[in-house]
Design a protein around this ligand. Structure first.
Ligand SMILES: [Zn+2]
Length: 272
């Protein structure tokens, strides 16, 4: 297994595991039978739990690029057993060293550590980059009322004047660029890393279980636009396989670094 850090050209990517999580198959993948996933169990044992549940992970990633520290997502947070801050301190990325927090999207397991218990910004020196499409969707009053994490963890950043909205392909640093991958949420965004002739991508929630790299049509019930999510996943994974890019998945077994490769006619996730 790869260590917690990889380098891509001059960029360092540090994997930060907030917590493993378990969900019932039937609730998370309502259009599949649990047995659909059985053939992949030997290849991906870290993505299976017992008792009718599968195991997934809430990862965040710190990127060091061009003198800046960029944190991708903030995990599920302290109330759900997250340990992101310990991870950051033990892996040499103290929270106050973060210059930019960028969200792949605004689901609760990606914004959990935004605020301290005193309702201050956890990452005290950071600006917070939010995809415009997700901001527009998740701040609708009827959506806020159904998603208490928005009021708790996202709207206070607005009151503090810390939010920068972005859309399309936007440079975060000269080596890091946002890459729209909509469908899971309206503004769902991946992060492209390109440095000294090497490339990688952090894919957010393009997949929650590694079997989805083969079956891109398998989708979780939480996708906001299921057809668009399947189309995006299929198109992006075809490209990543063709290009052989280092691909980082927030929800795959720790540390989440790997490649999409073809073995015996199936596309598989090959962890580093
Ligand atoms: Zn999500």
């Amino acid at each position: 297994m790869a260590g917690a850090k990889v380098t891509v050209g001059n960029v360092e990517i540090v994997s930060l595991l907030d917590t493993p999580m378990e969900f019932p198959w039937a609730a998370f993948f309502p259009n599949n039978r649990q047995q659909d996933f059985d053939p992949y169990k030997d290849r991906y044992p870290g993505s299976y739990a017992g008792d009718g549940k599968f195991r997934t992970y809430a990862h965040c990633y710190a990127l060091r690029s061009d003198g800046k520290t960029v944190l991708v997502d903030t995990g599920i947070g302290p109330g759900m057993g997250g340990r992101l801050l310990e991870e950051m301190n033990s892996k040499g990325v103290p929270p106050d060293s973060v210059d930019i927090v960028i969200f792949t999207h605004l689901h609760p397991d990606h914004v959990g550590w935004n605020r301290t218990a005193d309702n201050a910004p956890t990452f005290s020196n950071a600006r917070y980059w939010i995809p415009q499409g997700d901001w527009d969707f998740f701040t609708k009053p009827e959506v806020v009322s159904q998603n208490p994490h928005i009021g708790a963890a996202v709207l206070p950043l607005k009151e503090d004047g810390l939010i920068d909205l972005f859309s399309g392909e936007k440079a975060i640093t000269p080596e890091l660029t946002t890459y729209p991958t909509p469908g899971h949420t309206p503004g769902h965004t991946s992060i492209m890393v390109s440095s000294a002739g090497e490339r990688a991508i952090i894919t957010g929630d393009l997949a929650h279980h590694p079997a989805q790299v083969d079956h891109t049509e398998w989708r979780p019930g939480v996708d906001s636009d299921p057809a668009q999510a399947v189309e995006t996943r299929s198109k992006v994974f075809d490209q990543l396989e063709a290009d052989g890019l280092l691909t980082v998945f927030c929800h795959f077994p720790d540390p989440g670094f790997g490649k999409l490769v073809r073995l015996e006619g199936k596309r598989v996730w090959q962890a580093l």
